[in-house]
Structure formats: C-alpha cells, structure tokens
Design a protein around this ligand. Structure first.
Ligand SMILES: [Fe+2]
Length: 208
C-alpha cells in the first residue's frame, strides 16, 4: 500500500471525530439562526444530548486525567469565538472551585457522574447554596448569568475519572471571570486550556 492510500484508510479503533464535526457545524448553524439565549440553550441542549449519547468520538488524548488537577481540553473554538467546546476530565476526588462563567454554558456528562452544587449571591455578596444535583451519563445542565451562573462541580465517582463536554457562548479560555471563596469573596481568573493541539475535525478521508 502506498503512503497516500494508507492515509485514506479509516484507522482501526480510532475515534469517530466526524460526530464532533457534525456537532460544531450544527451549533454554528444554530447561532446563525438565533441570538436569543433561551433558544440557544434549548437547541444546544438537544445537540449536546445527541453528541454525548454515544461515547465513540472523543480521541483518547482528550480523556486523560491529571493526578493533581482537573483538565480542560479545548476541542473546538468557533472562528469568531461565538462558542467553544471543551472536554473536562476529573480524576477521583477532583473538584472545581466555586466559580462563575459570565456567558451561557451547557454541560453534558459523557462518562461517569458529576456532582453540581449551585449558589446564588445575596445583595451583600454572601454565597447562598441553591441546590445540588448528580448528573449522570447523557444528562445535560445549563448555566448563565440569567438562569444561575455560580456553581462548583466535583467528580461524583471516588474510583475513576469522569468526563463532561461543555459548550460556552464565547472562547471560555479567554473570558475573565471569577472564583469565589466560601464567604463570597471573588477572585478574577481566566481558565485557559490544558492542551496545545486541538483535534483535527476536517480530514474527511477518515470519516465522511
Ligand atoms: Fe462551570
């Protein structure tokens, strides 16, 4: 087999990255059709639910936990930074700080279980617990300044990693936002990403 033919062959056991390509294309179509946040969250929830209904598309290098801290792997950023797609990987016992987003976001669990603790901020700045929930594989949660934007997310499994796919209404790795101390004191941060290379969605010789 020559080199060109070899490159065109589907890779045995490789992730079906075409599913992620279809997702980001559909999400760009959604954002072209509406700027209404409620419509984006409703339509985006359906798209994300479909993406995470199967676990055969995320390349292994974006599933790796870090022994000390949760990982945020950028999977795709829209060329106009209208949205970004991120793989979050929590090792056993790992947790985010309490934080906000300042833009709309969708969280869909691909593997494992995630515990979400929600908070509201009182007028004097204190954080008030506003419920908690365990998200399981295939389930989707939403955040935004309009519907509730402050939470803490923890791996709900003590013995293995959990992975969720997040979509945000911006390049979330460039957004200035805040973490919160338990007394509500905010601290500005920009989250960035763990990876220097993103998945190649565009090699159509591998999957249609
Ligand atoms: Fe979050």
């Amino acid at each position: 087999m020559n080199a060109v033919a070899a490159m065109a062959q589907p890779v045995e056991g490789a992730a079906d990255i075409g599913r992620l390509r279809g997702f980001v294309t559909a999400f760009a179509d959604l954002l072209a059709a509406t700027r209404d946040e409620g419509a984006i969250l409703e339509g985006g929830r359906a798209l994300l639910s479909r993406l995470i209904a199967r676990d055969d598309w995320l390349p292994e290098e974006f599933t790796r936990p870090h022994p000390d801290r949760y990982q945020q792997y950028l999977l795709h950023c829209d060329s106009r930074e209208r949205f970004s797609v991120v793989s979050f990987v929590w090792g056993p016992g790992q947790s985010t700080p309490i934080h906000d987003h300042t833009v709309w976001g969708l969280v869909g669990v691909l593997r494992g279980v995630e515990k979400v603790e929600r908070f509201r901020q009182s007028p004097d700045g204190r954080l008030i617990p506003h419920g908690e929930q365990f998200l399981r594989e295939g389930e989707v949660d939403a955040v935004s300044p309009r519907i509730g934007d402050i939470h803490r997310v923890t791996n709900g499994l003590a013995d293995r990693p959990s992975i969720s796919i997040h979509v945000y209404g911006a390049n979330i790795g460039a957004v200035e936002r805040a973490t919160y101390a338990p007394d509500g004191t905010p601290k500005t941060f920009i989250s960035g990403y763990a990876n220097g290379v993103i998945p190649n969605l565009w090699d159509r010789s591998r999957n249609a």
